[in-house]
Every structure is written in C-alpha cells, then in structure tokens.
Design a protein around this ligand. Structure first.
Ligand SMILES: Cc1cc2nc3c(=O)[nH]c(=O)nc-3n(C[C@H](O)[C@H](O)[C@H](O)COP(=O)(O)OP(=O)(O)OC[C@H]3O[C@@H](n4cnc5c(N)ncnc54)[C@H](O)[C@@H]3O)c2cc1C
Length: 380
C-alpha cells in the first residue's frame, strides 16, 4: 500500500519525541510519530508521576539558558491546553560545601544571576527540621523551581500535535530506517513510510537505532519509591521542598507529598550499566528499598513510613552524563536526541524546538555545542 510522504518522521513518541512532533506540527509541517508501545506508557523513561525542574544547574552552567527556555515552553503548553502541568516548589540542595552538587549549584547561580539562599547547617536545621544532617552539611535553596506531571506533559504534547494535524501511530515498532541524506524511509511490521527528514528520539532503545553512528549509550535501571510519613502536613510543599542530597552513598532526591502516596524518594545513578532495555528487571525487590530506607532512617526519619508505591524506570547514559542532541554524523537530514542521563525531562519542551530547528535549518540558536556526537571520538 502506498503511503504519503511526510515532511518529518519522529521515531519514539516519549518525552522528547512528543515535544518534537508538537513543535513541527505547530510550524505547519506534516509529521508522522511512530511509537512502539501505547502512547504514554511505563516502559521507557517518561513515567512515574513527577519530574523535577530546577534552574541553578549543578551539572553545568551551560544548561541554564536552555532550562529558562524550557520553563517558557511549559507555560506556553499550559496556556494552549488549559491544563496544570508545572507546580512551583522550592528545591533544596544539601551537601558538603566543597561537594559537586552544592558548589555546582552556586557556580550556575553566580554565573547566571539566579536567586538562591544559602543555609548554614544550623539555619538548615531550624528551617527544615525534617532533615537530619551533621554540622559539615549546608543547604542551598532555590525557590524558583518545581515539578512537572510527567505523563500529563507527554500526553499534552501529543494531543496538541494531533490537533495541529500530526499523525500518531501507537503500537507500531520501527524495525529499521534508512537515509540517503535527502530523504529517509522507515519500516515497521505494517508498512514502509517516507519522509524528507527523520528525528530519532527512542530513549533507552536509541542505541539500537544508532548502531553505526558512534554514539556511546548505556542504560541503567532505576527505581522510584513512595513512602508514608509520620505527619503528612509537615511533608507537603508548603513545609517541605524538593530535595537533592549529596551524601557519600551517592545522590538521593525526592519530592514532597502531593497526593496521599507519601514522599517520592530515589537514588540517582548507583546501578550497573546495561546495554539494552531487555536486560532491565521490571520487578521491585527488597534490595531496591534497602538503600533508600537506610537514607531515610538516617536523614529524614519522619518519612521512613510504609512503602506505598514503587516503579522501575530507565536512564539512558552517555559517558560524560551530558545529553546527545545533534544531527546524525552520516546523514544531514536526521536529527537525534538521546542519552539524557537521568536529567532530561525538564528540557523536553525546548528539546522539541531544538530538534525542529535542526531538521529544518541544520542548526539552532540554542546552546547545544556540548551535546554533539563529536565528543565520543575523543572519549574512545
Ligand atoms: C526514575 C527517573 C527519574 C527521573 N527524574 C527526572 C527529573 O526529576 N527531572 C528531569 O528533568 N529528568 C528526570 N529523569 C530523566 C527523564 O525522565 C528522561 O531524560 C526523559 O524522560 C527521556 O525522554 P526520552 O524521550 O529520551 O525517552 P522516552 O520517554 O522513554 O521515549 C522514548 C520512546 O521511544 C519509543 N521507542 C523506542 N524505540 C522505538 C522503536 N524502535 N519504534 C517506535 N518507538 C520506539 C519508546 O517506546 C519510548 O516511548 C528521570 C528519569 C528516570 C528514569
């Protein structure tokens, strides 16, 4: 059966692909988005109720202009849909002053004039008695942060894309793709589709679609856990912030109580690196709970209540933990966004814009130089 030729085909309709499909449809392009699972599912990286969004980016000050733009784009999406997607909530970083997270937050805030408040160890105890840390730990509070309802954000991007004319195919895995630099073809079990441009946003499966590109991607199983608290009103966002804690066991982060499920807590990184999502154990085990419960017992004892809920999720990692957003090294009509290394969702609203720029103009005014394929050559 003959299929129409699209301006752009997007492979993978998760966090990044949904935003790209929306932006291209908004620009009047004909778009086909192909998703291997039902739209908005829990087998990739964009599920688990919430995602943190913060501006004073400890990972590198170069992210700050992008996160500022991401905020604008989330507000724009809220306005278009009339939905509430982003909730304001302060973000408190706790660590030793010389540690990577505290010093990184201060570097970003200093370089970009962001408003943060320093909390000495005694001020930290006074202001947030829910936390217990020794005197060598300090806090940095950024009020201008918040959290996104992750599934609602993906759904909103997809729904807006559809309303603007994009074609969305769920339950249709892409088996292969080809490009000659000017046009591209994508084959699924149902059909072969043609387009001028291609966007690859396959999340944890990106490595499989990028085999010849030189991309160095690994994946990591993560678990999200929700714990009951002894006094729920003390752990609501009017009393308790988003937190990111830099302790020797590795960073832990969490969000306040929002819906009766308790606070959400997780360890950032800390699991073995894997090659493929098929290796990920989706079941939750006692061993997943143990390190988080040990952290809560020691540092947030009031939130060491019953385990109310748990989910597995997948990080896609680059060696330097910075994103991969670039044109494909062999094909100028193929743009790639992957390897978000466990901190990408907040940016998806602007990544959609960047990907649309890349396939339309071959470049973007947004600062993405540090996210290129080229760096993998030097890492090898
Ligand atoms: C536990 C956890 C907590 C996180 N917390 C935060 C946070 O607080 N803040 C933050 O900013 N980020 C956070 N992140 C990171 C963020 O969620 C991810 O960076 C982001 O969701 C990645 O989006 P993606 O589009 O690359 O992947 P996905 O959303 O997984 O999308 C990829 C899509 O491609 C589809 N696909 C793959 N292969 C094919 C194929 N062959 N054919 C068709 N479809 C295909 C998949 O099914 C999937 O739907 C967290 C991640 C996890 C796992």
């Amino acid at each position: 059966m003959a299929h129409p030729t699209f301006d752009v085909i997007v492979i993978g309709a998760g966090g990044m692909g949904s935003a790209a499909a929306f932006e291209l449809a908004r620009r009047g392009r004909s778009v086909l988005a192909l998703e291997q699972f039902p739209l908005v599912h829990d087998r990739g990286s964009s599920h688990g109720h919430t995602r943190i969004i913060r501006r004073a980016y400890y990972e590198d000050p170069a992210y700050v202009p992008l996160v500022r733009r991401a905020f604008e784009r989330w507000y724009d999406l809220e306005q278009r849909t009339g939905q509430h997607l982003l909730t304001d909530c302060g973000c408190l970083v706790i660590g030793r002053p010389e540690g990577e997270v505290v010093s990184g937050v201060l570097a970003s805030a200093g370089q970009h004039g962001l408003d943060v408040e320093h909390l000495t160890s005694s001020r930290l105890r006074e202001r947030y008695p829910q936390f217990q840390f020794s005197d060598d730990y300090v806090g940095v509070l950024e009020r201008d942060a918040g959290f996104l309802y992750v599934e609602e954000c993906v759904r909103a991007h997809l729904e807006q894309a559809r309303l603007l004319g994009a074609t969305l195919h769920a339950d249709e895995p892409v088996l292969s793709w080809t490009s000659n630099g000017n046009s591209a073809s994508v084959t699924t079990a149902k059909a072969t589709y043609h387009a001028q441009k291609l966007i690859l946003t396959a999340g944890p499966w990106a490595g499989q679609l990028l085999a010849e590109s030189g991309a160095m991607l690994r994946i990591m199983r993560q678990t999200l856990l929700w714990f009951g608290t002894n006094e729920p009103e003390r752990f609501r966002r009017d009393h308790f912030p988003i937190f990111l804690v830099d302790v020797p066991e590795g960073p832990f982060y969490g969000l306040p109580e929002i819906d009766g499920r308790g606070i959400k807590v997780a360890q950032h990184y800390g699991s073995p690196e894997l090659m493929s999502p098929s290796e990920v154990d989706r079941a939750i085990h006692a061993a997943d709970e143990a390190p988080v419960r040990a952290f809560l017992t020691q540092h947030i004892p009031g939130a060491n209540g019953p385990l109310h809920d748990a989910q597995t999720c997948i990080y896609t990692l680059t060696p330097d933990r910075h994103f991969l957003i670039d044109l494909h090294p062999q094909f100028a009509n193929v743009a790639v966004a992957a390897g978000f290394s466990g901190h990408g969702f907040k940016f998806s609203s602007v990544v959609g814009e960047v990907l649309a720029d890349l396939v339309e103009h071959g470049g973007t005014p947004w600062p993405i130089n540090m996210f290129g394929f080229g760096r993998f050559q030097t890492i090898r």
